[in-house]
Write a protein of this length. Structure first.
Length: 297
């Protein structure tokens, strides 16, 4: 299913912490997005910071004002498109079987200090051996240009790019809310505030490709075979990177116990096994998983 949103529909779902992080601000400065816009409130907010931080607080106010104005400017120039699909699925070892497509995953391999289990996303999907089919959601979201913004100002260009990244995530947040409550309907009575949504207090998880529990960017090719991302304007490079840059894709899991985790470092044994399951040469898999490989050969 394809859903298209206008900026005004997803604007409340923007996570300003990540926007400000992209500009080098610490999380507390993102609170400027939630204060009243009058001059008195801005001055009061700035004065709440210790003296050494007030200059940066002033910069945060200016940046947010610029971003807020830019969102108004972009309203008729950008729109947000999401595609999602609900599929039958089962787990088989560290693989997911999704509508006949084998989707290999990675499992944690570094021991935990508390002795907790080594996790894999397949742990949250009913195993094939159970004889019962489970469900999984797949998604992709992107920012598309109705009328490309035109600017030769590097600051304005960076502002548009960082806002576009946040808008793609905001559209995904709104789409996922609809999926949980209506399309999939496993949480029909969910009633969460926007801050609670952004704090991920909903049931289930939405691991995105390239993030800690799903680090291999090349699985975008598997997702694309199931989602047909080009219907919302997403294409993949030869390495699996998405274009436009302001795009995100991944999985939606509903298991009540599912939670986010990091794969962390893996060894050569898992690299070789993963390459075999992906049908890739080991050196190709090594390139995609370089950040997860230990320094030891």
């Amino acid at each position: 299913m394809v859903i298209t949103y206008h900026i005004k529909e997803v604007r409340p779902y923007i996570n300003w912490i990540y926007f400000f992080h992209a500009w080098g601000f610490r999380p507390r400065f993102a609170a400027v997005a939630h204060i009243h816009g009058c001059e008195a409130c801005r001055h009061t907010w700035i004065a709440s910071f210790p003296e050494p931080e007030r200059e940066q607080a002033c910069e945060a106010v200016k940046l947010y004002q610029d971003a807020d104005n830019m969102l108004d400017t972009l309203e008729e120039k950008l729109y947000l498109s999401c595609v999602f699909r609900l599929c039958q699925a089962n787990a088989q070892g560290d693989d997911l079987l999704i509508e006949g497509i084998r989707f290999p995953l990675l499992r944690q391999q570094t021991p935990h200090p508390d002795g907790s289990p080594y996790l894999c996303l397949s742990d949250f999907i009913r195993p094939l051996a159970s004889g019962q089919t489970d469900s999984i959601g797949l998604f992709a979201s992107t920012v598309r240009q109705q009328a490309p913004p035109s600017t030769n100002d590097p600051y304005q260009s960076l502002l548009i790019q960082t806002l576009s990244d946040r808008l793609a995530e905001a559209a995904t947040e709104k789409m996922h809310e609809y999926v949980r409550k209506t399309a999939w309907g496993y949480a029909p009575d969910e009633c969460l505030s926007i801050p609670d949504l952004l704090a991920e207090k909903f049931q289930g998880i939405r691991p995105a490709v390239g993030y800690p529990s799903l680090p291999d960017q090349s699985v975008n090719f598997l997702l694309d075979s199931l989602l047909d991302m080009k219907q919302i304007g997403i294409t993949l490079t030869e390495n699996g990177a998405m274009r436009p840059h302001a795009s995100v894709c991944g999985l939606m899991l509903s298991h009540p116990a599912s939670h986010y985790f990091s794969i962390g470092q893996i060894g050569e044994d898992q690299l070789n096994d993963y390459a075999r399951r992906r049908g890739l040469p080991v050196e190709t898999a090594r390139k995609f998983l370089a950040a997860n490989l230990s320094d030891k050969p």
